[in-house]
Design a protein around this ligand. Structure first.
Ligand code: 4AD
Ligand code: MG
Length: 482
C-alpha cells in the first residue's frame, strides 16, 4: 500500500469495471445496506451503482460493525478484487473500515424501501440519498452542461443579467418585491404614500421574472447571447409545473426572424436530449424503469405508449410539427373532447391555450413536440413583433408531451414607433423602459429569442411528473423550507 494510492479518495464510478483490480484504494460513501454481517453496499453519489465492500467480521472492530446502518458515512481502505457474486464486476476487500458519521436506524427516515415522492419532499434535505434523486440531480447537471456546450459551440456568449430589477419584462405583474424598508414603519411622503425614493435603490425594485430585456441589449452588440439564471414569479399557481423560483435559459439573436428562432429552439432541445441519452444512460435507464413501475398503478389510458428513452430518441430523430395558433384553435374546436365538452376552459380565438388544450395537441393529435406560432397580440407580451395582419404577433411556443409549454419565445418588435404604441396599449410608461426603447433608436435590427424553463426540461428528460422533484429545494406558495 502506498500513500498516494490510499490518501486520495477514489470515486466509485471509476472502479466498477475491472481496470483497477489489484490496487489498494480508499473509498468513502454512505451505507445503503449491510447484509449477512459481511456485505456492505456503499454509494458515494458518483454513480447510481453501489460498491460492494466485503467486511471481515473477525478483524473489524465490534464498535464499527454495530454502526453499519443505512445512512451511515464510512471510509474504507482495501484491495479491489473481481467480485465473487454475480451482481457486480468488482468489490472491495476491506482492510480498514471507519465510520465517519453514524445514522441511528430508529431515526434515519430514508430506509431501503420505496418511499413516496410526497414523503421525500418533506425530507428534501435527505432525499438526495435515494436512487431516484441521485439520478435526477446527476441528469440535471448533465443538462445544464449540455446547454452551455450547445450555446458555446454555436458562438453565443453567456450574459449574466440582473436578478434584482426595476422592470416587469413579461408585464404579468407577478413579481416579488425587494426592499430594505422597515415594513412596520416605512418612510412616507407628505401625502402619506410609502416613499420608495428612500428605499435602497431609490425606486421600486423586484426579483426578475426574465432576463430577456437585458439580453436583448447584449444581443444588439454581441450578436448572440444567452442567459441562464434564476427567475422568480409570484404567481399563485400550485400546479405540478410551476415554481416561484425557477431557472431559465434565454438566448437572444440579432439579425434573425421567427423561423431562425424556431430552428434554434428545435436544435437546442434535440442537442440536450441527445446529450443526456448519450451521457446519462445509466441514470435514464433507472428512471425509465421507475416510471414503468409507477405507471403499473395507472389505467392503461394514462400510461405512456413508449418507454422514456425511446420517447426522447423519437424527439431527437423527427422534425417538430408547426401549427399557427389559428390552426390550433380550429383543430381543438373539432376535437372529440371539445365536442364532448370535456375541456374545462373555453376554446375561442383570442383566448390563451390552457394546459389541457396544449396536451391534447401534443399528446393526442400530434404525438410529439409542436411549435405553435402567431398568437393573438392581446394574450402575449408587449415586446413581440406585430404581424402584418394587425391581429397576431410573431410568437412561438414549443409544446411537448407530458409537460405542455417548455419554451416560449418570439421575434421582437424592432420598429420604434410600433413599440411605443405597444407600450401605450399595455400601459407601460416609456420612462420605465427608456433604455429598451433606445436600442430601437440606435442601430435597431430584427432580432428574436426564447426562454426555456430549465426545470420543465429536466422533467421532460427524467420523466418526473412533479416539478418539485427536479429542483433541489422547490419554492412554491407557502413553502420555502430548507
Ligand atoms: O413563456 P415565458 O413566460 O417567457 C418569457 O419569460 C420570455 N421572456 C422568454 C423569452 O422570450 N426570452 O417563460 C419561458 C419558459 C416557459 O416556456 C416555461 O418553460 C418556463 O419558462 N416557466 C416556468 N417554469 C417553472 N415555473 C414557472 N412558474 C414558469 N413560468 C414559466
Ligand atoms: Mg409562455
Amino acid at each position: 500500500m502506498t500513500d498516494s494510492q490510499t490518501s486520495k479518495r477514489t470515486r466509485i464510478s471509476l472502479l466498477l469495471n475491472d481496470s483497477m483490480v489489484g490496487q489498494t484504494l480508499r473509498v468513502c460513501g454512505w451505507v445503503r445496506t449491510f447484509r449477512n454481517d459481511r456485505f456492505l453496499a456503499v454509494n458515494d453519489g458518483s454513480t447510481l451503482q453501489n460498491l460492494q465492500l466485503v467486511v471481515d467480521k473477525e478483524s473489524t472492530d465490534a464498535e464499527v460493525l454495530k454502526q453499519l446502518h443505512t445512512g451511515a458515512a464510512i471510509e474504507a481502505v482495501g484491495e479491489l478484487v473481481e467480485s465473487q457474486g454475480g451482481g457486480q464486476a468488482t468489490e472491495l476487500k476491506v482492510s480498514t473500515l471507519t465510520v465517519l458519521g453514524g445514522a441511528d436506524p430508529e431515526e434515519f427516515p430514508i430506509q431501503m424501501k420505496r418511499h413516496s415522492l410526497d414523503f421525500l419532499r418533506e425530507k428534501a434535505h435527505l432525499r438526495f440519498r435515494t436512487n431516484t434523486f441521485g439520478a435526477v440531480f446527476r441528469v440535471r447537471h448533465a443538462l445544464q452542461y449540455a446547454v452551455h456546450t450547445f450555446f458555446h459551440e454555436r458562438g453565443f456568449y453567456q450574459l449574466h443579467t440582473p436578478i434584482i430589477t426595476g422592470s416587469d419584462a413579461e408585464g404579468a405583474g407577478e413579481m416579488f418585491r425587494v426592499t430594505t424598508m422597515d415594513l412596520d414603519n416605512p418612510p412616507r411622503t407628505e401625502d402619506g404614500a410609502v416613499d420608495v425614493s428612500q428605499d435602497f435603490f431609490g425606486k421600486e425594485s423586484n426579483l426578475t421574472v426574465s432576463g430577456q430585456l437585458e439580453a436583448e441589449l447584449g444581443a444588439m452588440a454581441l450578436g448572440q447571447v444567452y442567459t441562464f439564471g434564476p427567475t422568480f414569479r409570484a404567481e399563485n399557481s400550485n400546479t405540478s409545473r410551476h415554481l416561484a423560483e425557477f431557472w431559465m435559459i434565454e438566448p437572444e439573436i440579432a439579425f434573425a426572424d421567427l423561423k431562425d428562432d424556431m430552428a434554434l429552439a428545435e436544435d437546442c432541445l434535440k442537442y440536450v436530449l441527445g446529450y443526456a441519452l448519450e451521457h446519462c444512460a445509466e441514470d435514464l435507464a433507472f428512471l425509465e424503469k421507475r416510471e414503468l413501475d409507477a405507471e403499473k398503478q395507472l389505467p392503461q389510458a394514462d400510461r405512456h405508449d413508449h418507454p422514456l428513452r425511446a420517447r426522447l430518441q423519437a424527439v431527437v430523430d423527427a422534425p417538430f410539427t408547426h401549427l399557427t395558433y389559428t390552426e390550433a384553435i380550429d383543430l381543438l374546436r373539432n376535437s372529440k373532447p371539445y365536442k364532448k365538452k370535456k375541456f374545462k376552459f373555453p376554446v375561442e380565438w383570442g383566448v390563451d391555450l390552457q394546459s389541457e388544450h396544449e396536451r391534447w395537441l401534443v399528446e393526442k393529435h400530434v404525438g410529439g413536440p409542436v411549435i405553435v406560432t402567431d398568437y393573438p397580440a392581446g394574450i402575449k407580451a408587449f415586446y413581440m413583433r406585430a404581424n402584418d395582419d394587425g391581429k397576431t404577433v410573431a410568437a412561438m411556443d414549443v409544446l411537448v408531451p407530458g409537460i405542455g409549454e417548455i419554451i416560449g419565445g418570439s421575434q421582437r418588435e424592432e420598429r420604434l414607433d410600433v413599440l411605443k404604441q405597444k407600450c401605450a396599449d399595455f400601459n407601460i410608461p416609456e420612462d420605465h423602459v427608456w433604455w429598451y426603447l433606445e436600442t430601437r433608436k440606435f442601430g435597431s435590427a430584427p432580432h428574436c429569442g426564447f426562454g426555456m424553463g430549465f426545470e420543465r426540461l429536466v422533467m421532460y428528460v427524467t420523466g418526473m411528473t412533479n416539478i418539485r422533484d427536479v429542483i433541489p429545494f422547490p419554492r412554491t406558495p407557502l413553502s420555502a423550507e430548507f
